[in-house]
Unconditional design. Structure first.
Length: 350
C-alpha cells in the first residue's frame, strides 16, 4: 500500500469525510459532480490544506495526523501534483519549470537541468525546453506540468482534472499519452475528473464522491452493474429506480411498479440498461411484464445509437438505432409505450 488516507475537512457548508487508498502501480479516479470535494481531497493529501480530522500516510509514514500533531509540509512530502490550470511559472522556460522542484530540494543546477531535460524528452517536449508557458499550447503545458511532477519521482502522483483545459480535438491524443505515462509511473496515482470517459480510460478503480462522501467505489463495470445513486446511474448511462420489493414486484414512489424476475424483499435498487427497453407506438401485446406508457421528452444522438428519454409515471430511457427512430416516427411529444422484460431488470438491496 502506498497511499492510506481518511480526509476529514469542513469548508463552509461542505463537510468532507473521504477514505481513500491507492496501491503502488494503481490509478484511482476520483469522480463526482462539481462541488463534491474532489480537489479538496487532493489539496489535503498534497499538504496544501490541513486536516481537521483523519490521517494521510504514504508507505506507512504519517504525513498528517491532527490527533498526534504530525504535520509534514508539502515540499517534504513524496507527492507530485499536476494542477488543473497546470500552474506553470510564466517567466520560466519549460526546462526551468520542470527543474524548479529539484532546485528547491537542493539539487545542483546542472544535475537538475540534466534530469529535467530527460523528463521533457520522455513526454515529447525536449524541443520546447527553452520556450516559456505563454508560447505553449494547452496540451504542451499539460506535458510540462506532468514532467515537473514526475521528475521528483513521487510515491504518489496527484492530477486534478488534467484534461479539462484541452479542446475536444486535443483530448483524445493527450488522454492516450497520459495513460501511457501513468502506467509507466511505479507509484500510486490519483486522478480527479468529472468525465466518465477519462475515468474509463485512465482508471483502474473509480471512487465516486457526492457532497463530500464516497457513495460508491469499484471498476466502471461494477458501477454500471449496480449503481447506488442517480448520479452514478446517469454517469454510466443506465436507468435506476428505488422502491420496495415483495417478491417479484417492486413498488416505486408515485404509484409506479416494476416486475423483476428475482425474489427480492425490502428496499431495493432496480437497474435497467437502455438497450433492454423496447419502444412501441401502440400498446404492445404478448409477454412483456412491464409496459410503461409515456411521452417522448427528447432524443440524444450518441454515435450510432439514439437515447430516447420517455416521461411518464415511471420515466425510462431507451437506446435504439436511428432506423428505429425513423420507423417509429419518434419526435419530442410523441406518445409511446416502453416494454421491459422482467429478466432484464436487476434488483439488489439498498
Amino acid at each position: 500500500m502506498s497511499l492510506d488516507a481518511r480526509v476529514g475537512v469542513r469548508l463552509g457548508t461542505l463537510a468532507l469525510d473521504v477514505p481513500l487508498e491507492a496501491r503502488l502501480g494503481e490509478t484511482v479516479v476520483l469522480l463526482g459532480p462539481n462541488g463534491a470535494g474532489k480537489t479538496t481531497v487532493l489539496r489535503v493529501i498534497a499538504g496544501l490544506l490541513a486536516l481537521d480530522e483523519g490521517r494521510v500516510a504514504v508507505d506507512g509514514h504519517m504525513l498528517d495526523d491532527p490527533t498526534s500533531g504530525v504535520w509534514i509540509p508539502s515540499e517534504r512530502r513524496p507527492i507530485g501534483y499536476v494542477f488543473q490550470d497546470y500552474a506553470l511559472f510564466p517567466h520560466l522556460s519549460a526546462l526551468e519549470n520542470v527543474a524548479f522542484g529539484l532546485r528547491a530540494r537542493g539539487v545542483r543546477r546542472r544535475e537538475a537541468a540534466r534530469r529535467s531535460h530527460g523528463w521533457l524528452e520522455r513526454v515529447g517536449m525536449a524541443a520546447y525546453a527553452a520556450d516559456r508557458p505563454p508560447a505553449l499550447s494547452g496540451g504542451q503545458s499539460q506535458r510540462v506540468a506532468l514532467a515537473r511532477a514526475l521528475v521528483l519521482e513521487p510515491r504518489v502522483l496527484l492530477l486534478d482534472e488534467p484534461l479539462s483545459a484541452l479542446d475536444a480535438s486535443a483530448r483524445v491524443d493527450t488522454r492516450r499519452e497520459l495513460r501511457h505515462h501513468l502506467e509507466a509511473h511505479a507509484g500510486a496515482r490519483v486522478v480527479v475528473t468529472h468525465d466518465p470517459i477519462d475515468a474509463m480510460t485512465l482508471g483502474d478503480r473509480v471512487v465516486v464522491l457526492e457532497a463530500g462522501r464516497v457513495v460508491q467505489a469499484g471498476s466502471l463495470a461494477e458501477l454500471r452493474e449496480r449503481p447506488r445513486s442517480r448520479y452514478v446511474a446517469d454517469l454510466v448511462g443506465v436507468n435506476l429506480y428505488r422502491g420496495t420489493a415483495d417478491g417479484q414486484r417492486i413498488r416505486l414512489p408515485d404509484r409506479g411498479e416494476l416486475v423483476a424476475a428475482g425474489h427480492a424483499r425490502g428496499d431495493v435498487f432496480a437497474v435497467v440498461h437502455p438497450r433492454s427497453v423496447a419502444l412501441h407506438r401502440r400498446e404492445p401485446e404478448g409477454t412483456p411484464r412491464n409496459v410503461l406508457a409515456g411521452t417522448v421528452e427528447h432524443l440524444d444522438v450518441e454515435g450510432d445509437r439514439v437515447r430516447v428519454v420517455v416521461a411518464g409515471t415511471v420515466p425510462v430511457t431507451a437506446e435504439v438505432t436511428p432506423a428505429a427512430v425513423a420507423e417509429l416516427e419518434l419526435t419530442a411529444g410523441a406518445a409511446v409505450w416502453a416494454s421491459i422484460k422482467a429478466t432484464e431488470i436487476t434488483a439488489y438491496p439498498v
